[in-house]
Design a protein around this ligand. Structure first.
Ligand code: FAD
Length: 456
């Protein structure tokens, strides 16, 4: 009998334990189901859909080189897989474990209908693999990272099989182009393909290109004006490379890779948190924050819009928000500054910001996005305390963001390094650039007053 290989956020052929197991058993039916119901409010956002389109296209091409192909279906993922099983006589499904709450629910339902074999490989270590002395899963990053390190390096990644046997008859498949995953009018993603090559080959090329930069990562990753980080986040999110493969390659590169490897462990940490608390994306991990007097969007709507469109009057924040819109990605340091500005200076609930990121990031990840937003807000399990308020203008100078601002805020491109971080303070703001939507001190005081009221 043929077996079903269910692809989700693991769109690769190498180091894919579900594929490796499936080819041992017989002909394989590789399937991807676009299910917009199961995730409910976490249905894939616009930028992710752009990525998905290209990644599926590349996966299908790679499968065809091995004598196989990708079957596409849309609708309830359980119903679709059961239907394929009925059409083809398959009884067994191989897939990788995923930890988003909707995937775990789907796994629970599918296991009642078919034989489901789940494999590890989406993370360095499965959640719960490392435990505290009391036997609990870790809630704090630092001891978690230390414990993970003891199990590293991960096992040697497995190569893609040389051939994947096809079933006697293929079940029917949707056409990718008809899914409408790409934007049409306006085509807000037109610049994405300048920066990104979704798919396994693009992912591996990114890893290879990063190897020369590993030695300088510790310094350069914090500087938005330089390309100092790996830009692997969307590739990792869609599973076009395994984290084990990234670990092995980077750890073997010249220079000390420790800082980078610890960032990669943040990804495991975030997934462990959503595994322990599935509502992490919608509920404060610290309930004291439920009483936070966030501003209502009816009153704060104009500020929220200024933030989304990169017109807050804070050049570093605006540069980041425009980079996000144009390229589907934002530098990590600037993500922290922009998120902090929304939550604290504008006193807008982190969940509104997280939603916007969800829709606009090509690397939008339920775990990484929720955990990082709650980290910035101070409402997370392991979090920055709310009263430590980042000063965006100081951060901008400290991390040398002048060229970054020039690249993303053309209205300010003519200003020199001393002025560009805060043109308003130097009377150098041009008329086409907005005034600050709130003063730094004023925003800070309002945030602190709100926080004092809840005293977590
Ligand atoms: P590198 O610095 O090269 O890091 C390598 C990899 O490690 C990344 O690709 C990523 O998979 C992982 N990583 C690095 N930093 C973190 C982190 N803080 N938390 C979890 N994993 C990390 N990352 C996402 O992948 N998806 C998101 O939706 C997301 N939302 C974020 C929201 C906010 C408010 C903040 C502050 C951060 C968010 N991040 C998110 C984390 C981080 O900003 C990105 O992973 C990073 O900028 C991606 O660029 P890179 O691949 O060049 O990173």
């Amino acid at each position: 009998d043929p077996v079903i290989l269910w692809f989700r956020q693991d769109l690769r052929l190498a180091d894919q334990a579900a594929l490796a197991a499936a080819v041992q058993e017989g002909p394989v039916i590789p399937v991807y189901v676009l299910d917009d119901q199961a995730p409910r409010q976490w249905k894939m956002g616009g930028a992710s859909r752009w990525w998905l389109h290209h990644s599926l296209k590349s996966l299908d091409e790679n499968l065809r080189e091995k004598g196989s192909r990708l079957i596409l279906r849309q609708g309830n993922c359980i119903d679709q897989i059961v239907q394929i099983a009925e059409e083809t006589g398959a009884r067994r499904v191989h897939a990788l474990h995923h930890y988003e709450p909707w995937w775990r629910n789907a796994e629970k339902s599918l296991v009642k209908r078919l034989e489901l074999c789940l494999h590890d490989g989406a993370l360095l270590l499965p959640p719960g693999a490392v435990r505290t002395g009391e036997g609990n899963s870790y809630r704090i990053y630092t001891p978690f990272a230390r414990a993970v390190m003891e199990h590293m390096p991960p096992a040697e990644p497995v190569r893609a099989p040389s051939r994947i046997d096809a079933p006697g008859r293929w079940p029917k498949s949707d056409s990718l182009d008809r899914w409408g995953l790409l934007p049409t009018k306006p085509d807000w993603a037109r610049a994405f393909s300048r920066d990104w090559t979704p798919g396994e080959a693009g992912a591996r090329a990114n890893v290879a290109a990063f190897l020369d930069q590993v030695a300088d990562y510790d310094r350069a990753r914090n500087l938005p004006s330089q390309e100092g980080s790996s830009r692997l986040s969307p590739h990792l999110h869609f599973g076009e490379v395994s984290p084990a493969y990234v670990w092995r390659r980077v750890a073997g590169a010249p220079g000390d890779a420790t800082t980078f490897l610890k960032e990669l462990i943040w990804r495991d940490y975030a997934h462990t948190q959503i595994w322990a608390m599935p509502a992490y994306g919608s509920e404060n991990a610290r309930p004291a924050f439920d009483a936070m007097p966030w501003r209502d969007l009816r009153e704060a709507g104009a500020d929220f819009k200024a933030w989304k469109t990169g017109r807050t009057g804070y050049p570093i924040v605006d540069a980041g928000m425009r980079q996000l819109w144009t390229t589907g990605w934002m530098h990590n340091r600037v993500r922290m500054i922009a998120a902090s500005f929304l939550i604290k200076h504008l006193l807008i609930d982190w969940r509104h910001g997280a939603r916007w990121f969800w829709d606009t990031l090509v690397d939008a990840s339920y775990a990484n996005n929720s955990v990082n937003w709650q980290w910035v807000a101070g409402s997370g399990v392991d979090a920055n305390i709310f009263s430590r308020i980042m000063a965006p203008l100081t951060q901008s100078g400290k991390f040398d963001a002048a060229d970054y601002i020039r690249a993303w805020v053309p209205e300010l491109a003519h200003l020199n390094d001393d002025i560009i971080h805060d043109p308003e303070a130097h009377d150098a703001r041009s008329s086409d650039y907005p005034a600050k939507c709130i003063g730094h001190r004023e925003g800070r005081e309002r945030a602190l007053a709100a926080w004092r009221g809840i005293r977590p």
